[in-house]
Write a protein that binds this ligand. Structure first.
Ligand SMILES: [Zn+2]
Length: 69
């Protein structure tokens, strides 16, 4: 059995309830479920990695320009 963990502060995109979302991994796929309305969402960790590094690099460049001095 996969461990299901609640996501603190997460809002359900279906019923807009907060702190009702829990997630677990199923065959290397992240599954998110809302215990309030039963909404489920699946996402591949690989597709998420393609988008995030670009945004993180842009943030790092902005921080490098504005030095707190
Ligand atoms: Zn919901």
């Amino acid at each position: 059995m996969a461990k299901k963990r609640f996501i603190a502060g997460a809002t359900c995109p279906s019923c807009s309830a907060t702190d009702t979302m829990r997630w677990w991994q199923e065959h290397h796929v992240e599954v998110v479920e809302c215990v309030q309305c039963g909404h489920t969402d699946r996402r591949s960790p690989m597709s998420a990695e393609e988008k995030q590094p670009v945004a993180q690099q842009q943030d790092a460049q902005v921080i490098g320009i504005f030095k707190p001095q």
